[in-house]
Design a protein around this ligand. Structure first.
Ligand code: ADP
Ligand code: ZN
Length: 736
């Protein structure tokens, strides 16, 4: 008998999805009387472990659980909010199944906003009273606020501060003298309607062809994946902006743009605003709580039309998605390495399918996975072969470090030094790339040989000389830099080994004492504001030399930058994994792509000890296609992804022995049929992180193998050990 048919005091059983690990997040509750309001996806409040939690009504169930009915707790209330869309529920289910994660963990990503379900509080907002007595002299800060408020209606303190940069006291001061008045208002979702047809750029022929294909797909509202494969500086952004404009023509539609690291997109936001007249809704982990909540609500209600965000923006409650962009689709930051281990690019395609809308993956260096999908016709390829306008691709030269080595203790070859000099003399800008934060990757004592390592991780501590500290780049541990060796007590014997960006800075500053130099890394770009400030300084020509890590590779456009120097082109190729060549090529091609993006042509110097390496060769010849074709052939021959499947198991625990024992057990119960190979168990290259010992196993199977079920059953049938966690990484990108 179905619960709906039970009458009298209608008791119905429902499963509720909660953001908890217990039972994968699905728990049974009973619901009395309110059954009519009870639709799948409704947000409900339930008791859970002496707390109240909000979950969603996943299903109305016929199945009676093992517990007796009077032990089952009751749903407390059904919240007065639009239910979660069926589409998002299907997506949660799909992602959980694919990544072998609990439903509850995926659901948690969908509601990752503190205080999301608490009532919205009233906020104080200010308005201009128009009573400014003659002769009142205003400070420049006060004048700024006044200029803003004269043509704006109500503004909250946060909004005024954001737009003018003044402090609280300036605003309160203006209120005290009666120029501003205040009242309490409901906090409104951030949503402004983009304006269309304001500034339509003139597209090149190539751009027009690509844009029309996207526009047509958006207008037809069908699921269709595209690869927008265009060289650096081709104007890919302008192309997909056309499709965004098309999507926005229809009332109520929403667009999602996924970008690798949102903190780095001040330039992108500026271009969006120029084109559409408003800011998009921005989503990433650094957004303040109130703003986050308003953004979530605006997305759920459909008020937010364009959302630009990091990978987590994929799990927002869009009302009516009509177009998705994955910009710089090759970027590895789309892969989440903690919690639910998913690849946002792959999941975005699934989401587009469920939303029945087109999706475009844009890159100058598409991933091999995407290339294969394009080759076999699953994705339609749109190509941009030339840079926009008069700009041409930079010339790339390999500097053979065996022939032209730097002076001892230096890292820049004489050739590159000379070239930097010339560029600075011409008032052009230079970028030096070295993907190593800090001063030196290793510090040792010359007297006793002591090396500084992290107590919690199997890794060396990295000297950060600007701050006189030692940092662990794996767990974040920081300690002050000692002035003598803690082992032998000798002073002045600590020696840095190898270069980091700070050491490079020292060398550059010594070599070019008059140059204006900056270092851009995650250590110096601590907030979106700090980043935007540095970017602006470069744009305005206030800096001559920019030294930085991979953070520099992300899509920046600096018209006056004409020379890029790669200090160690071989770095990414050493001790490489499956994708080392591909990744190094992508990264170096992206850095190289920062040179010569406007009228002045650019040059790239690659310092290498292996100029004949295929990756270096491909860069010098600007021929990524041949390199990738070679990579593709290798992967196909060895049935490596995307021609085969990999699933990594990571075993972790506070003690080594049980972790190793868990590895042995898993080896014994490992599946044998339909498996190409099982590698490990073996200690992970990073054997210890944050005090946790780690072992790895890797399952390799054929392309059509249903690896999820295989791995699920495998873990199920293996006897567990208390204190040892097993993490599953389907389609791993990280093998450390
Ligand atoms: P990509 O992302 O392909 O590397 P961008 O989209 O950053 O290239 O474009 C490079 C530069 O060319 C940007 O400054 C952009 O504004 C400009 N640009 C591209 N297409 C056009 C166009 N059709 N009209 C005017 N400027 C354009
Ligand atoms: Zn550490």
């Amino acid at each position: 008998m179905s619960p709906r048919n039970q009458n009298n005091n209608q008791i119905n059983l429902v499963t509720v999805l909660l953001p908890v690990p217990l039972n994968g997040g699905l728990l049974t509750y009973k619901i009395i009387d309110q059954i009519d309001d009870c639709v799948r996806g409704a947000f409900v409040e339930v008791p859970f472990a002496r707390r109240k939690l909000v979950g969603i009504l996943w299903d109305i169930t016929d199945v009676t659980p093992d517990v007796s009915p009077d032990k089952i707790k009751q749903v407390l209330s059904i919240l007065d909010r639009p239910p979660m869309t069926d589409e998002l529920m299907r997506f949660i289910d799909w992602v959980a199944t694919y990544t072998l994660s609990p439903l509850g963990a995926v659901f948690k990503m969908c509601i990752s906003v503190p205080g999301l379900f608490e009532d919205t509080q009233k906020q104080k907002a200010y308005f201009y009273t128009g009573t400014q007595s003659k002769g009142t002299r205003l400070t420049s800060a006060r004048q700024k606020v006044l200029d803003l408020m004269q043509d704006q209606k109500l503004q909250t303190i946060a909004e005024i501060k954001e737009k003018t940069g003044v402090s609280d006291s300036v605003i309160k001061g203006l209120e005290a003298i009666g120029i501003l008045g205040s009242q309490y208002v409901d906090t409104k979702p951030d949503s402004a309607v983009p304006v269309l047809g304001d500034v339509e750029p003139e597209l090149s022929e190539e751009q027009t062809v690509a844009a029309s294909a996207l526009v047509y797909a958006v207008a037809s509202s069908v699921f269709k994946p595209f690869l927008l494969d265009g060289v650096t500086g081709a104007g890919k952004t302008e192309v997909y902006f056309e499709a965004i404009a098309e999507a926005l023509k229809t009332e109520g539609t929403q667009v999602l743009v996924l970008v690798p690291e949102i903190a780095l997109t001040s330039q992108w936001l500026g271009r969006f605003k120029t084109r559409f007249g408003v800011d998009p809704v921005v989503w990433h982990s650094d957004i303040a709580q109130g703003k986050r909540k308003r953004a979530w609500q605006a997305i759920a209600s459909g008020d937010a039309r364009v959302v630009v965000g990091a990978r987590s923006a994929l799990f927002l409650p869009y009302h009516n998605l009509s177009f998705i962009v994955v910009d710089e689709e090759h970027d590895q930051s789309f892969k989440q390495e903690e919690g639910v281990m998913y690849h946002a690019r792959d999941m975005a395609i699934v989401r587009a399918k469920f939303s029945n809308c087109p999706i475009v993956l844009a890159s100058a260096t598409p991933s091999l996975e995407t290339r294969v999908n394009a080759d076999n016709g699953r994705f339609e390829t749109l190509k941009l072969r030339e840079r926009f306008g008069t700009a041409v691709l930079p010339e790339v030269k390999a500097v053979d470090m065996r022939i032209d080595p730097p002076a001892p203790g230096k890292w820049i070859s004489p050739d590159l030094v000379k070239e930097i000099k010339d560029r600075i003399r011409n008032n052009e800008q230079v970028m030096l790339f070295l993907n190593r934060r800090g001063y030196a990757p290793l510090t040792l004592c010359r007297t006793c040989g002591h090396r500084f390592g992290c107590d919690e991780c199997s890794s060396w501590l990295v000297e950060h000389r600007f701050r006189r500290e030692l940092h662990c780049h794996h767990c974040g541990h920081i300690e002050p830099m000692p002035d003598k060796c803690p082992e032998c007590g000798n002073a002045d014997t600590l020696a840095p080994c190898g270069p980091g960006v700070e050491r490079l800075f020292e060398e550059v500053a010594g070599e070019f004492p008059d140059a204006r130099i900056t270092v851009m890394t995650s250590d110096t770009m601590t907030s979106p504001k700090a980043t935007a400030h540095m970017v602006e300084q470069i744009e305005k020509g206030m800096l001559d030399i920019v030294i930085g890590t991979q953070i520099l590779t992300k899509g920046y456009h600096f018209p006056n930058l004409t020379l890029v120097g790669v200090i160690d082109a071989d770095l990414g190729l050493r001790g490489g994994d499956l994708r080392a060549a591909e990744r190094t090529y992508q990264q170096l091609m992206q850095v190289a792509g920062r040179a010569g993006r406007a009228e002045k042509p650019g040059t790239v110097y690659l310092q290498t000890y292996e100029p004949e390496h295929p990756v270096v060769d491909a860069l010098v010849k600007t021929d990524g296609d041949s390199l990738m074709a070679m990579e593709q052939e290798m992967r196909e021959r060895f049935q490596m992804p995307p021609f085969g499947r990999l699933v990594a198991l990571i075993l972790m625990g506070p003690e080594l022995k049980p972790v190793a024992e868990m590895g042995r057990r898993l080896a014994q119960t490992a599946p044998r049929e339909h498996v190409l190979n099982i590698l490990g168990p073996a200690p992970a290259p990073l054997t210890r992180i944050r005090g946790q010992y780690r072992y790895r196993m890797l399952l390799h199977a054929g392309k059509s193998t249903k690896v999820q079920k295989m791995v699920f059953d495998w873990i199920e049938r293996t006897e567990k050990i208390k204190g040892v966690r097993i993490k599953v990484d389907v389609d791993p990108y990280n093998f450390l």
